[in-house]
Design a protein around this ligand. Sequence first.
Ligand SMILES: C[S@@+](CC[C@H](N)C(=O)[O-])C[C@H]1O[C@@H](n2cnc3c(N)ncnc32)[C@H](O)[C@@H]1O
Length: 284
Amino acid sequence: MTDSNRASGTTPASGTTPASGNQPVLFVGAGPGDPELITLKGARMLAEAELVIWAGSLIHPDVLGHCHPSAEIHDSAGLDLEAIVSLMSEGYRAGRRVVRLHTGDPAIYGAIGEQMDELDRAEVPYEVVPGVSSFAASAAALKVELTAPEISQTVILTRRAGRTPVPEGQDLVSLASHHATICLFLSVGQIGEVVGDLAEHYPMNTPIAVVANASWPEQRIVRGELRDIADKVRGAGINRTAMIVVGDVLHPVETRSKLYDAGFAHGYRSADTPAGDQHDRGGA
Ligand SMILES: C[S@@+](CC[C@H](N)C(=O)[O-])C[C@H]1O[C@@H](n2cnc3c(N)ncnc32)[C@H](O)[C@@H]1O
C-alpha cells in the first residue's frame, strides 16, 4: 500500500488491519482540548496504541488519559519531520500500533500532508480519524450559529499571513470582501493587523470574539467590536491558542431559520400555513 493511501481511496476503514497484519499508522484528531471531545474511535485508537506521538505544545495533556499506561509517548514539539516520520515508520515495521495525535481535526493546519508524503515514500500505510476542530469548539463556547440564515451562509477558515505566507488572493483583506463569517486560526498574536485588514471591508462596529483555549478548563472569551477588540485581547494577555471569530452572526439572533417555522413545509413536515419561501434553508 503506497500511494494508494492518498490517491485511490481504496484503503480499508480506520481500525481494520491490512493484509500484512501490521496496523496502519493512525493520524487521530484529539479535538480542541476537553478529553470528552475526542471521537469514540479516536479514544479507542489511543487506548489500543503502543506508541503515541502527540503535539504537546497544542494538545491538552488530559487527552493522554485515554492512552494505555504502558504506551510509549513522545512529544513531537521538540522533533523535526524526519524524526517524527522515523518514529512512525519504525513503530509500524515493528508491528506496533502507532497513533500520531493532532490537535482539533488533523486536516486543518495539522501539517499532516508532509507527514503523509513521507510515509508514502517509506511505503508505510496510514489512515486518519477526524476530530472536533477548534473553530467548532469556539462556536460552541460562543453559543453561535456560524451560518445564520440571511446573515451568512459561508464560513471562511483561514489565518493571517505570518512567517507562513498565504497564496495570492487568499489574503485576509481579499477574504473580508465577502462579508462571510470568518474563523481565524494562528493569528491572535497579530490582532492589531487582523483588525486593520478586516476594517478594509467590515464596519468598525462589526462584532468579533476571541476564544482562548476553547473547551479547556481555562477557556476565556473576549467579545467586542472591530474598534476595540485589539485592546481588549492585549489587555487580557491572550497571544496564543485562540480563535478569532468575526461577522454579523455574532449579533443576537433576529433572523430565524424557516426550517422549524410552523409555516415552512419540507420533506418531513407539511406546513400549517402557506409559506412563501419553501426552499432548502439548511439545518438538520
Ligand atoms: C496549528 S493550528 C491547529 C488547528 C487544529 N488542527 C484544529 O482543527 O483546531 C493551531 C491553532 O488552532 C487554534 N486552536 C487550537 N486549539 C484551540 C483551542 N482549544 N481554542 C481556541 N483555538 C484553538 C488556534 O488558532 C491555534 O493557533
